[in-house]
Each structure stands twice: as C-alpha cells, then as structure tokens.
Write a protein that binds this ligand. Structure first.
Ligand code: DGL
Length: 277
C-alpha cells in the first residue's frame, strides 16, 4: 500500500512540542534519517475529543508511511493517550503489519519508580491526556504502590505555541497549576512533564517549585528507549536508512514553523508545508 524507500524514522506531534523529543532522539541516534511532521494547522490537540485526536493522528501516520517511514514515534502524549492503541491494534494490521508506531507514555512510565522516593508522583499534561487516565492506568499496571495525581494545564501549550512562555502571563498559569497539584498531594516529590511542549516552560516551573521536587522531562528517556528498542528489533532497524538527514513538514506556514523551531533546535532548518486531511 505504501512505497518503501528511503526509510526514515517518522516523528509526529500536533505542533512544535515533539521537537523536544526529536532533538534528543537525533542526538542519541544521529546516523538515522528522520521526518518530523507537526500538524500545526490543527494544534492544539489537548482539548479535542478522542475521536478527533484519533482521526488526525491516523491521517498523520498514514502521511508519514507514504513518505517511506517504517517506524513512527508519536512524540505527543495526547496522541499517544488517545490514538496509539487503536492505530496499533486496528489500523496497522490492515495497512502493513510489519511497520511500527510507538508512543511516549510507556517509556516514561517505566522509569517513574526510580524518580520518586516518596512514591507520590504528579502528572502535568493536557486536558486530553489527563482525562484519558492513561498515565494513572499504565503506572498502576507496573507500579501499583505509586500514588498518582494528574493536573490538566490547558493554557500551557498555547503559551508555548505562541512563543509566550517567557511572559508574565506564563508566570500566572504556571504558578496556578503547580500550587494546585501540590495542594492536592503535598507528598509529591516528582512532577512529570507529560506533554512534549512543557520542557520549554521548565525554567519557569522551577521558579515556583518548592525544594526537593524533581521535574522530569521525557525527551532523553524516550530517546534511550528507542535506542534499546532498535537493538532488540534488528528486523526493524535493518529497514531504516542511515543517511543522517532530517526533513520537517508542517500543515501550517513553513516560515512560521522554521522560525519557531529555532527556539527548540537552535539551528536553521528547511520546512515544507503539506496537507494531510
Ligand atoms: N505536545 C502534545 C502532548 O505531548 C500536546 C499538544 C497539544 O495540545 O496539541 O500532549
């Protein structure tokens, strides 16, 4: 159904946030070819329904498969929470059972026990990720002794997408959610940035955190987990081309994307605008 060469790793997010994951993956695995797709025209996904996030994510994965990707990483917690399972179980067997789509929630959850001493953990994420309960359910499966508190931070993605993450407005919304989650469970000693946009707010968040609380960004963990996955699955690894190239696609303005991307990647990139619906 889809063409097969070249075979880059596909990385998908609703917008710019997945660049925080791409950056770490590309550093950990520089030899591979990559295509990054940001659905900026339809971001944010965090407040959208299951049905819509699934439909948009499915279209994006199909587009990346058409571009030759054998493996796609959903570098978006909202898409991982709302669309990954259905794509893996329902769509992949129909499209091409030999290709793979992986998310960011499972690798993050796997290390949570090592991050917290109190075993009280807070999840900061979009409304969609929190309402899906994905983190709580996944953590319960492997670490039932950990108490999980979720906090939806619906304004944080728009602050990042609109380059307002250094503004006084950002102070207000960051403090509001940090204070709220810690008022629900004062024993939390680890907060997980469970949205790929949030590392851009990290410095601001630190400013409102009491001492002794760890703030965990998932980029490096996802990159290491992918490295391990490719070592365990040579049948996938052997199908990926290793030319060290990176291409960037967006569903919105290419100029806007390359300008915003420089905040995340600190080097100029070439971006192409595409339609995926
Ligand atoms: N970056 C995405 C995530 O990790 C969500 C952004 C959005 O709301 O579109 O959840």
């Amino acid at each position: 159904m889809f063409s097969c060469k070249p075979c880059p790793v596909g990385i998908f997010d609703s917008g710019y946030g997945g660049l925080t994951i791409f950056d770490k993956i590309q550093k950990a695995l520089p030899a591979y070819d990559y295509i990054y797709l940001g659905d900026n025209a339809r971001a944010p996904y965090g407040t959208r329904s299951f049905e819509v996030v699934y439909r948009f994510t499915r279209q994006a994965v199909m587009k990346l498969f058409e571009q030759g990707c054998q493996l796609v990483i959903l570098a978006c917690n909202t898409a991982s929470a709302k669309a990954l399972r259905t794509i893996q179980q329902k769509d992949l067997p129909l499209w091409d059972a030999s290709r793979r789509v992986l998310g960011v929630i499972r690798p993050t959850v796997e290390v949570i026990d090592c991050i917290s001493r109190s075993k009280h953990v807070g999840i900061l994420a979009t409304s969609g990720t929190i309402s899906s309960n994905s983190y709580t359910l996944e953590i319960e499966k492997i670490y039932p002794h950990i108490k999980v508190t979720g906090e939806a931070c619906p304004m944080w993605v728009p602050l990042v997408e609109n380059n307002e993450f250094h503004s006084p407005g950002a102070d207000y919304f960051v403090k509001k959610h940090i204070d709220h989650i810690l008022s629900i469970d004062a024993d939390i000693d680890a907060l997980i940035l469970a949205c790929t946009h949030y590392p851009l707010l990290q410095d601001k968040i630190y400013g409102f955190l009491p001492e002794g609380i760890t703030l965990f960004s998932q980029g490096e963990r996802v990159a290491n987990s992918l490295k391990e996955y490719l070592q365990r699955h040579p049948e996938i690894d052997n199908r990926l081309t290793k030319g060290g190239t990176s291409h960037f696609l967006t569903t919105e303005s290419a100029e806007k994307f390359s300008e915003a991307a420089s905040t995340f990647l600190h080097y100029p990139i070439h971006v192409e605008r595409i339609a995926i619906d």
